[in-house]
Design a protein around this ligand. Structure first.
Ligand SMILES: [Zn+2]
Ligand SMILES: [Zn+2]
Length: 107
């Protein structure tokens, strides 16, 4: 479970449309949350899968968590995994890798 800044954001991120499996195909979907990078993106409905990363919540105005994209790639490198060539471990496909790192740091 990831905490989001406000109810609006949580509703958006967790919304499941019964007509569209793919949020990029759903005109009601506004936000795409990448749990593995902890990035919030504004979906661009141009028929593709574009999104613009946002740093502030459009509803409550709070600053969103920092992107972990660079750290994700650092961790991959540390493990000797090439994300383009090798299979990415399941924990790196969502937010679990971050949770385990946070626990490590807490000791
Ligand atoms: Zn829909
Ligand atoms: Zn918010």
């Amino acid at each position: 479970m990831t905490d989001h800044c406000c109810d609006m954001m949580r509703d958006q991120v967790e919304a499941v449309c019964d007509r569209h499996d793919d949020p990029f195909a759903c005109p009601d979907a506004l936000i795409r949350f990448s749990a593995e990078f902890r990035e919030y993106g504004l979906i661009i409905h141009d028929g593709g899968t574009s999104s613009v990363t946002i740093t502030f919540c459009p509803w409550c105005g709070r600053r969103l968590p920092e992107s972990q994209r660079d750290r994700w790639f650092d961790e991959m490198e540390r493990r000797g995994i090439d994300p383009w060539e090798d299979e990415v471990p399941a924990e790196f496909e969502d937010g679990r890798w971050l949770a385990s790192l946070t626990q490590e740091q807490r000791g």
